[in-house]
Design a protein around this ligand. Structure first.
Ligand SMILES: O=C(O)CCC(=O)C(=O)O
Ligand SMILES: [Fe+2]
Length: 226
């Protein structure tokens, strides 16, 4: 498995651009078959280290308490989720690096799986010790343009004792995967299909959660960012 993933990067540590690359094809086909895929070693290690350092450099007022629901349904409910977030912006160089990588991934997904993904939005998330996110779906059929969820973990040396696992459930409520939020792991899943939750973290946990979206804007209504 690791061999496959190493081959996602060339000698310069860049994501390889050859769409015939077998590693990409295997990953994308797994996503198509099961609806989710787990990719360890997603970024070159210097990039993930830089991203992690960047999150450590943020000040308290760079974060806001995360809400639940979209637009007018947006409320903060700390019984459901208790993480803090920060939407990534292309104008900030440290944040643009990740946005650019994910846009590259968007183009590849469209080429291989014809997904028609239009754009990508994402936020950093910080779960302090004691924080969690109860079972939820990221998108409801016909009510959201979120198609694919991505979660990328930034935490060096995360162990099972630290909690904060992402649990992905199947259609009968069975546990499909329990994933430790270890640095440089990317999880991708269909937003409308998989109920998931973040178990209580026992130490500070950093991640970037994002969504590839369809374009549902029209002349009368432009999609808001969140
Ligand atoms: O951080 C994670 O593992 C998942 C976060 C999540 O489910 C969300 O932000 O919607
Ligand atoms: Fe979620």
């Amino acid at each position: 498995m690791t061999q496959l993933l190493t081959s996602l990067h060339d000698e310069q540590g860049q994501l390889t651009t050859d769409m015939a690359d077998e590693a990409w094809i295997a990953r994308f086909d797994q996503l198509a078959d099961r609806g989710y895929v787990i990719i360890p070693d997603f970024l070159p290690s210097d990039e993930v280290t830089a991203l992690y350092r960047y999150t450590q450099s943020l000040e308290e007022n760079d974060w806001s308490l995360a809400g639940v629901g979209r637009e007018h349904n947006h409320t903060v409910n700390t019984r459901v989720r208790s993480d803090h977030i920060r939407w990534l912006q292309p104008a900030i160089a440290a944040e643009a690096v990740y946005l650019n990588t994910m846009d590259e991934l968007r183009v590849r997904l469209n080429r291989r799986l014809f997904m028609g993904l239009f754009d990508y939005e994402c936020h950093l998330a910080r779960y302090q010790a004691g924080a969690f996110y109860q079972k939820h779906l990221d998108a409801f059929k016909g009510r959201s343009n979120r198609v694919l969820t991505t979660v990328f973990y930034l935490n060096p040396e995360w162990s099972a004792d630290d909690g904060g696992e992402l649990v992905i459930y199947g259609s009968r409520g069975q546990v499909l995967e329990t994933i430790l939020p270890q640095q440089n792991t990317l999880v991708v899943f269909l937003s409308e299909v998989f109920v998931h939750e973040v178990k209580t973290a026992h130490r500070e946990r950093f991640s970037i959660t994002g969504w590839f979206r369809h374009n549902t804007s029209n002349a009368a209504r432009i999609d808001p960012q969140t």
